[in-house]
Design a protein around this ligand. Sequence first.
Ligand code: ZN
Length: 458
Amino acid sequence: MHRSAEYAGGLFFNEYAGGSRMPYQILDIGSSNINGSLKNVAPEKGIYTGADLMSGPGVDVVLNDPYHYPFSDSSFDFIVSSSCFEHDQFFWLSFIEIGRVLKSGGLFYLNVPSNGFYHRYPSDYWRFYPDAGKALEEWGKRNGYEIELIESFVLPQWKSELWNDFIAVFQKKPQDNSGVLPRMYRHFSGITNVWLKGEQYPQNENKLPEDRRKLVEAEYRMKKVSGGLIDPRNIETEKPVCNLCGGTEFIPGPNGRMADSGVPPCCRKCGSLERQRIVRRIFQGLPIGFLDWRKGLQFSPDNSLNPKWFREYEISIYGGENSMDIQSIDRNAADYNFVSFNHVLEFIPDACRAFDELFRILSPDGILQACFSSPLLRETSRDFEEPFGPHSAWHLFGKDIVSYFNLARKGIIALAIEETDPCTGVREVVHLFIRQPKDAMRIRGWLSAWSATVLVLP
Ligand SMILES: [Zn+2]
């Protein structure tokens, strides 16, 4: 399994199973663990069954007949299949069998390459084009199963990989959708040909596969250099998409501010700015099982984190609801497994004491997440005698936060994660403070596979 596939599978569980403590029944079709498995990113409380044609790591049930599963009707809440249907001779038969063992209201997550290498495991039969999910929906109806397409889209290529994953989420009827169903497409930038339930046309329609588009762009640049001309309107451009809400319209920020890249930074729909989208993007790179057992606390409300990701989530608003004195926090030691404070310590007179307090209420396996304002701009942190500047800050933090907060002596590891805002291209640093070296290494592995630059600060 390539890394984008595991990442997307984690997002599926995050979005559709996030926040629930249900012991879901989960079935993985084609579960053999070849460089990664969706089991790694599934909810911890789920009861996971891996099925494949041959025994091996990650396989609980060996299928004698790939088109007949040894499970009774309506057995599973979630069925996932990633990088498997392209190797399945008659995937349409598998789809019907999946429909049979899926519970009503249950979800089927499908990931198949739309474009990529010829790869024989043991044979390579199919690629899925953008409308494939609609065809499967119709095929289900013909066979007496209402398996509705909720969303489908094609992912952009991940780093230097050639794969373009086609992702589809189906839900078996009848459904009891009392709340609004989540959608995972909102968390990706650069996706194309997005089908949403009930719509007549795909969004972000894009005629060219990414390989071809890159060739056209390269050709255009070459012709431009050599003085020739082709019509630049023929080059398809991608609209930026807010990874919090899916919005595609952006307006200037507070006081008419533009992003450092010169474009308007504020999402018209949800009001998010660069920093919120960057923090959100980083947490989208962490598997659900890493967060869903944690009790979280956030100082000052901030929509970059989704409370649904956590077992419990508490917000403290300065001078308002649930207000806490961060220099002397009215909570027991080791009470939380996760604490977030973005642009908070700048405004606290004794920031070191506040930092120690934050660590006191954190469990030994806990994580502190912080944003400071532009710490890469200055080598050393500065303290002021009295609140300074337009925002009345007591401190401006710099690259020296490890020594400023005396982290080495306290046995705390600091990760500086640099990530790009998908809407403005602006880069910012987010800090994580951790006691367990094992956790620091895992986080670094997950995030650097996606796009972030993760530094373990000395
Ligand atoms: Zn938004």
